[in-house]
Design a binder for this molecule. Sequence first.
Ligand SMILES: Cc1cc2nc3c(=O)[nH]c(=O)nc-3n(C[C@H](O)[C@H](O)[C@H](O)COP(=O)(O)OP(=O)(O)OC[C@H]3O[C@@H](n4cnc5c(N)ncnc54)[C@H](O)[C@@H]3O)c2cc1C
Length: 607
Amino acid sequence: MVDTPIDYSRYEAGRHVNYWELDLALQAEVERTYPGAEFEWAEPELSDLGELTGHTITDNAAIIDREGHELRTYDEHGEVQNHVQYHPLQHENDQLVYDRGVTHDVFHAPPGRDDPLGFQHVLSQQTILSFADGGFVCPVSMTTGAAIVLEKYVDDDHPNADLLDEYFRGLTNRDYDDHIEGAMFLTEKQGGSDVGANETTAEPTDEEGIYELHGEKWFCSNIDAEGTLALARRPDAPDGTAGLSLFLVPHTKQDGSLNDQLYRRLKDKLGTIAVPTGEVEFRGAEAYLVGEPENGFKLMAEMMNFERLTNATGSVGGMGRCLLESKVQAATRDAFGETIQEYPLMRRDLVNMQTDYEAALAFTFEATRHYADYMANEQRLDESPEDRDDDAARAFKLMRLLVPIAKYKTARMAVDTASYACEILGGNGYVNGFTTERMLRDSQVLPIWEGTSNVLSLDVLRVLNREAAHEELFPLVEDALDTADHPHLDDLAATVAEEFEDMQAAMLSLATEDQEYAQHEAKQLADYIFDVVTAALLIERAQDAIDERDDARKALVAEWFVETRFAKQDARGITDGEKLPDDHFAEMVRHGSLSPDRLAQAAPADD
Ligand SMILES: Cc1cc2nc3c(=O)[nH]c(=O)nc-3n(C[C@H](O)[C@H](O)[C@H](O)COP(=O)(O)OP(=O)(O)OC[C@H]3O[C@@H](n4cnc5c(N)ncnc54)[C@H](O)[C@@H]3O)c2cc1C
């Protein structure tokens, strides 16, 4: 247990600490997502991972970022070898993670349990790992994503059932020596967002379910994975996404020889150096059909839902690390005779970062809860809505709506947070060797891969129109606002309820507008949904903290979120005399507790 208010001046930088134990906001949010007694079992595991990530994994990550991996496409005789020479520390990090059951434990019972854990577990683990290195987490995440697809869509009567089961067991193995990783190859030169433009072809062979792929993939992260899933088009399949099938394309063929493909080069990237991203040319590569033919886009979407959510947990982890680096800096750096955290502007900066972080946490872990429910209900994206019971239908709709918003919003927030963390570290923050510089480079990919902000906002429109996801969203917001009982939170809830009404009206209006106008407003709508839902969630969590721990700290966070998003202020609030971040810095940033009696009676957002 960490003493509060936390004294961040005890640390030299945001490493060599236990990321789990030190992050009380993360702990509270994660705990809410586990069902029943699962958290009790999981907590020591998360703490162990927090310790490891805060020491060995993050130290290794800094070195791997500097020294990188190397692709050796040809051997000394000019023969294709497609060999990625990994930095040795990458293997150490991988082994530490996979031997601890990351990926395995959500598919198979870990030692000491009779059942696997829910998906909230792996998403919490990935959040912690992302404090160290988002690039490192990318393959970890794709390994789970590929396993999800194989588990859900490969039945016993599938032509490749036994073969694909071997890959599933490799992807989910707890023993590093027998473990393989996953990857996903969609993007081609002519289209990343427009996946339907894929031109890679799949020619059937004499063996049922086995194909040969020809074509190029333009962005292939974890390029040499054994469990890569790739989209390609069979002969005479229709154009667009409806004609795409999904294949597992291994690095090594069944006969043990190198697959027929060329790893052309690794991308010379801005960041995420821990994951080798390259270009692949399929030259008749052996590939195993996964699921039904021409159903590949739906199957890939199943993987994509998970990857998008892990992009959000990755963003949150990155924000958590940047916030920690900033807090340590602010508590240890002197300027003009004072520690910089004593200055009102710096306090406001840190409160803003903390509030963003807790907002991102609340929204992402709410999405995680519904995603885990969706997975626990054993649903598949290609199931018809009539096959779902009420709980399953609810989880599906909420998962489909919350995940793209979580991915879009948290990715942008992660870039902003990393950028500002550099500034808080001053000149050093911009210099190689200080973590913020790496975090900024790494975070810039978060809004791009797994779907850009625009593509995700358009997905939100699609989900609202096709799945009527608002039918489940509205009660979620209403229920969260209804929990407000303390007068202060009640006032905040009234402000949010007004916005909620406007948001519903906006959704309704866009549903009847022509497509062009709806697309024009799509990102605004996603922003609006995020703000309203997050405000309601923060109020709910604040009321819970008052009820359960007699602590009003979270109410301050909810208040500042509502104030900064929804307050209708004169002169932008400059003259209103309020300075909540300065008055409550110790509670908000250093996790001090606050008696509920000390909350002001009037909500500033209404001023
Ligand atoms: C480091 C890195 C690793 C990657 N790893 C992988 C990987 O492992 N596997 C993989 O398949 N891909 C991977 N990608 C590719 C990534 O998913 C794509 O770059 C991304 O989806 C965007 O596609 P694109 O580059 O073709 O850009 P485009 O699709 O051409 O988009 C360009 C711009 O147009 C906008 N745009 C597109 N359509 C619309 C529209 N209808 N309305 C409004 N705006 C629109 C986009 O938002 C974007 O801003 C990786 C990318 C990077 C940078």
